[in-house]
Design a protein around this ligand. Structure first.
Ligand SMILES: *Cc1c(COP(=O)(O)O)cnc(C)c1O
Length: 398
């Protein structure tokens, strides 16, 4: 069986976790601080704040840039559901724009018409590791003075050509960037997230909000020779990362350059192997972007059935996943929970289907994700391509 992915965790990570467990300090402490510093150096960010997941990272990012109940946030439906959910945690409404069918990323040409006087932020996604068109998005955002938050869950190690230089995503090119350490992502701490920004005030706010709004972190009280009474100026959350997770993350960060290199090599090998399959759409990487290939997503020939292709590959021992989901098609997203461009003109296609999100829906229904993980051998990769070939070969033509 060839799995969809496999985290690169080994003795180094196990030893790091053991070291922290035996140290007696397991919650947010010195390991979290060291992980933040090393992560900030890796992406080139002035500030990095570790939290419990990318979902909690995005939630804090939206709060920091000022998203409040009744506001609108422009984003994509075509993303993991957490992207849209965090907007609703703030009491705001997600306004979905469609994607570019080639890159699966937010189509910048749709943003301008989605802006209203209630728009408080743009939440863009570097979907499955492919940088979105940040230059175009920021151009519109700056004209309207709207902050931009990057959902970089899958983009640890992704790069973008920025003012003539290759920069890591998270630098951050926009206002705040949020990353995930879930096992499906590029590196993992079991669960975990990171928020990067160049804004010192926001970074301070993240630190306050992640620990109950508590004025003095417990590490400071622990190390103090004078008695300190903490206070709670705002209502915060418990969004902490543990030191056990952070110690694992520090080892993962050391492996990251190699992981990204291997993923890129495998992706480029897929590109040439798959070029022989007629009608199959392979991923497009703009010349200003370098993906981590967190997922390798292919568009099936028009006549083929997604479920049948996936079943046939599963029968051959190859795990696949359908393309990225669309939040607006889920039961948790009835028509009154979201909006789209032009909804005010009277929309007849809400609830599960939206003409204005056509490319998002098509991507969900006609793409599949192939296995890609650094430990994958050329033989395994050849086998996946063969299985896909066979699956498409037996397809009845409608
Ligand atoms: C995985 C993912 C998230 C959620 O990350 P968690 O760390 O699991 O909370 C959010 N957005 C996107 C685009 C993702 O792929």
């Amino acid at each position: 069986m060839i799995p969809i992915t496999k985290p690169m965790l080994g003795e180094k990570e196990a030893e790091a976790a053991r070291r922290v467990i035996l140290s007696g300090w397991t919650s947010q402490g010195p390991e979290v601080a060291a992980f933040e510093k090393e992560f900030a150096e890796y992406v080139g960010a002035p500030y990095a704040c570790a939290v419990s997941s990318c979902t909690t990272a995005l939630h804090l990012a939206l709060l920091a840039v000022g998203v409040q109940p009744g506001d609108e946030v422009i984003t994509v439906s075509h993303s993991y559901i957490a992207t849209a959910n965090v907007i609703r945690y703030c009491g705001a409404t997600p306004v979905f724009v469609d994607i570019d069918p080639d890159t699966f990323n937010m189509d910048p040409t749709q943003i301008e018409s989605a802006v209203t006087e209630r728009t408080r932020a743009i939440l863009c996604v570097h979907q499955i590791g492919m940088p979105c068109d940040l230059a175009a998005i920021l151009d519109i955002a700056h004209r309207h003075s709207i902050p931009v938050v990057e959902d970089a869950a899958c983009a640890i190690g992704s790069e973008i050509l920025w003012q003539g230089q290759w920069e890591k995503i998270g630098n951050p090119q926009a206002d705040v960037a949020c990353f995930s350490f879930h096992p499906r992502k590029v590196i993992s701490t079991g669960d975990g997230g990171m928020i990067t920004t160049a804004n010192a005030e926001w970074d301070a706010k993240f630190r306050l909000l992640r620990q109950h709004g508590m004025s003095v972190p417990d590490t400071v009280r622990h190390g103090a020779s004078q008695v300190i009474f903490e206070s709670y100026p705002i209502v915060g959350y418990n969004f902490r990362m543990t030191d056990i997770q952070a110690a694992v993350g520090r080892e993962q960060l050391k492996r990251l350059p190699e992981i990204v290199d291997q993923r890129r090599e495998l992706a480029s090998r897929y590109q040439s192997l798959l070029a022989t399959i007629p009608g199959l759409g392979v991923p497009v990487e703009p010349d200003w972007a370098r993906s981590t290939w967190q997922s390798f997503c292919v568009r099936l020939p028009v006549e083929s059935d997604q479920r049948q292709v996936m079943q046939s590959m599963l029968d051959a021992g190859v795990a696949t996943r359908r393309g990225v989901m669309c939040s607006h098609r889920e039961v948790a997203y009835p028509a009154n929970a979201w909006s789209c461009v032009g909804r005010s003109e009277g929309c007849v296609c809400a609830d599960g289907s939206c003409q204005r999100l056509r490319h998002s829906q098509e991507a969900q229904d006609h793409t599949i994700i192939l296995p890609l993980f650094p430990q994958m051998s050329p033989d395994q990769q050849d086998y996946v391509v063969k299985a896909l070939h066979d699956a498409l070969g037996v397809m009845p033509v409608n």
